[in-house]
Every structure is written in structure tokens, then in C-alpha cells.
Design a protein around this ligand. Structure first.
Ligand SMILES: NC(=O)c1ccc[n+]([C@@H]2O[C@H](COP(=O)([O-])OP(=O)(O)OC[C@H]3O[C@@H](n4cnc5c(N)ncnc54)[C@H](O)[C@@H]3O)[C@@H](O)[C@H]2O)c1
Length: 325
């Protein structure tokens, strides 16, 4: 079975390929990524090299930008693709304030190219990354899939909502099976250098001040990468049983943690104090995210296992090894 994974050199795409190929020996992956310089290209290359080394001819990795339809179409012409996992996107909330057009290009044009070619080449199913950002300013203790999300507070969120809307339309028009996965603050080994766990760790180790937004009153549902991947693979394995051909799931840990508490745990485990600088909220930032994961639990028996203390220890052991600390 041929699976197309976009964003395969990214944090989540890399872990997904690694786990899928480990678990299912009959699967082959065509991975694509444009290896852009939003963060370290070397980190992306190292992930891709590791995948090639581990799985050899079971994974092909191509440097392709999903926003260029012509190049992308070659992949569909030359390979019979069964299922697509679309992880490629311009991620990050703060960057979207500065470079909005990059989000339209990768997340809207690119996403549309993927879904359009999926229909043209009779792909069975598209599973795509959405985000907890779609919930915007909703003030609920737990964020549930059926909440009204038509009030995005920044462009990144708007592009992810648009993916869900486009997927809905293509499902209605063409009967393409689609599943959108709303990930909640993912962290762990091989993580993203632009995200808080990596920024905090680097700053603590280098004695640099950490800016803590919203004066320390932000909360996040930090979700360890293995739990995210477990959720994605459960959806892939068992979706056949489900009647719905168009669904959305939260994938999170299900618990909101104060960002300062997360930093305190990093300090404990690094045995080093952080220099904390409390600053006002950033434009576009959510105050609190907490996933309601009951839908994923009910449909696929999803049970995240990694609490933040264990997650941090696994993340730090990778970090120290990779960056030679
Ligand atoms: N990490 C999180 O906490 C989180 C939370 C919610 C949603 N998501 C979503 O999950 C997906 C994966 O996120 P991630 O954390 O692995 O990010 P990432 O930036 O590490 O991975 C995305 C990958 O896609 C590639 N890419 C970007 N634009 C592309 C394009 N036009 N064509 C081809 N490749 C392109 C990048 O080079 C990168 O390797 C994204 O869609 C992101 O929006 C992530």
C-alpha cells in the first residue's frame, strides 16, 4: 500500500512515518517536503536522513512544494496512492502576523492542490492536520469538536478552519473520505525549535531570559508526540469501521497546564533556574487550550499515556544528546 505523507521532514510528519513504517511492514511511503527555512533546515534533513537509513527502500523522500501543482501532480501520476496524510503547512501563530502570504500559499493553495489531486487520482482517503487554534477565543473549560469555530483570531487559525471547510465541500461533492485532526501543542524529541519547550530549554541552558506571555497566565494542553502519533495511527487503522466519511477529531492529552508550571518542571529536570521575564499577551495568542478527547476515546479507544513530567524527561534526554549538552 502506497501512502503519501506531506511534511515528512517536519516534527509530526517524521514521527508519523517512523511509527507507521515500524508498525506496518506492507506499507510504503512517498514523503514530500519543501525543506523551507522557517526553522533549521539541518534538523529537517537529519529527520529525513534517519527515515531513509531506518527504512531504506520503503520510503522515498522528494523535495516538492505542495503549492506548485504541476510538480505535485507528477507524484500522483507515477504512483498509485491509497491514502494521504497532509502535515505540510506553514505552522506557528506569531510568524503569521509577519508573513501572512506564506500561510495562504502552503495552507490554502497547497491544501487545495492536495485535495483536488486526491479526487482526480481516486485516492481513498485524506487525513489532514488541523489545529487547536481553530477554537480561537472560545472560553470553555474543555474544547469540543462540535463548538462553533467561525471566529478565528489570527490567520493561521483561519487557514486551518478553511482546510476543514474545503474538506467538507470535497467530501460532499466528490465523496472523498476526509478526517481532520486538531492537534494540541505537540512536544517531544525532534521537536520544533520555534515552539515553547525548545525555546525555554535553550534559554535556560544559555542563561537567556524567557519571555512568559500574558504575565504567566497562559495554559496549554501540552501533548507528547507519541500520544499524538498513537491517535493518528488509531484513526488510520480503524476508520474503516466508522460510518462517517467526514470527521474531525481533537488529539490532545486532555489536561491544561500553566506555562510557568511547565517551565518550573524544565528547571527541576535541568537543575538550573530560568531567568523569567513576564510580559503582556501576544496578539493572536490563545489564553487557554484544553482538549475534550472523549470523541477519539469513544471511537478509537484513544488513551494518551504521557504526563508532562515524563514527556519533559524524554524530550530533554533527546535534546541533550542531539545538541551535545
Ligand atoms: N506541532 C504542533 O503543536 C501542532 C499543533 C497543531 C497543528 N499542527 C499542524 O500539524 C502539522 C505538522 O506540524 P509540525 O509541528 O510537524 O510542523 P513542522 O513545521 O515541523 O512540519 C511541517 C513540514 O511541512 C513542510 N512544508 C511547509 N510548507 C510546505 C509546502 N508548501 N510544501 C511542502 N512542504 C511544506 C515544512 O518544511 C516542514 O518540514 C502542520 O499542519 C501544523 O499546522 C501542529
Amino acid at each position: 500500500m502506497n501512502i503519501l505523507v506531506t511534511g515528512c521532514a517536519g516534527f509530526i510528519g517524521f514521527h508519523f512515518c517512523n511509527n507507521l513504517l515500524k508498525k506496518f511492514k506492507s506499507i510504503k511511503i512517498i514523503g514530500i517536503d519543501n525543506f523551507n527555512n522557517y526553522y533549521s533546515i539541518n534538523l529537517k534533513k537529519d529527520r529525513a536522513i534517519l527515515l531513509k537509513k531506518r527504512f531504506k527502500n520503503r520510503i522515498k523522500i522528494k523535495k516538492i512544494d505542495i503549492s506548485y501543482k504541476k510538480n505535485l501532480e507528477h507524484i500522483f501520476k507515477n504512483n498509485k496512492i491509497n491514502t494521504i496524510f497532509n502535515f505540510a503547512a506553514q505552522a506557528g501563530v506569531r510568524y503569521s502576523l509577519k508573513y501572512p502570504s506564506k500561510y495562504i500559499k502552503s495552507n490554502v493553495v497547497g491544501f487545495h492542490n492536495i485535495i483536488d489531486l486526491a479526487v482526480k487520482y481516486n485516492v481513498k482517503k485524506l487525513i489532514y492536520a488541523s489545529s487547536s487554534s481553530v477554537y480561537g477565543g472560545i472560553k470553555k473549560k474543555k474544547l469540543k469538536e462540535n463548538l462553533n469555530i467561525n471566529d478565528p483570531i489570527q490567520l493561521y487559525a483561519a487557514t486551518k478552519i478553511s482546510n476543514e471547510m474545503i474538506a467538507n465541500a470535497y467530501n460532499k461533492l466528490h465523496k472523498l473520505k476526509v478526517v481532520g485532526l486538531r492537534f494540541f501543542t505537540v512536544y517531544g524529541p525532534w521537536g520544533r525549535p520555534d515552539m515553547a519547550p525548545m525555546i525555554f530549554t535553550k534559554s535556560i541552558l544559555k542563561n537567556k531570559a524567557i519571555e512568559i506571555f500574558n504575565n504567566g497566565k497562559n495554559y496549554r494542553d501540552f501533548t507528547f508526540i507519541d500520544d499524538i502519533i498513537d491517535g493518528v495511527i488509531k484513526v488510520f487503522e480503524n476508520n474503516k469501521r466508522k460510518k462517517s466519511n467526514n470527521s474531525i477529531y481533537n488529539i490532545g492529552f486532555g489536561q491544561s497546564i500553566n506555562v510557568t508550571k511547565f517551565i518550573n518542571e524544565l528547571e527541576n529536570q535541568l537543575n538550573k533556574k530560568a531567568i523569567k521575564k513576564f510580559v503582556p499577551a501576544q496578539a493572536g495568542d490563545m489564553t487557554r487550550t484544553a482538549s475534550d478527547i472523549s470523541k477519539l476515546r469513544k471511537d478509537f479507544n484513544y488513551k494518551p499515556k504521557t504526563n508532562f513530567k515524563i514527556g519533559i524527561s524524554k524530550f530533554l534526554s533527546w535534546y541533550k544528546n542531539y545538541y551535545n549538552y
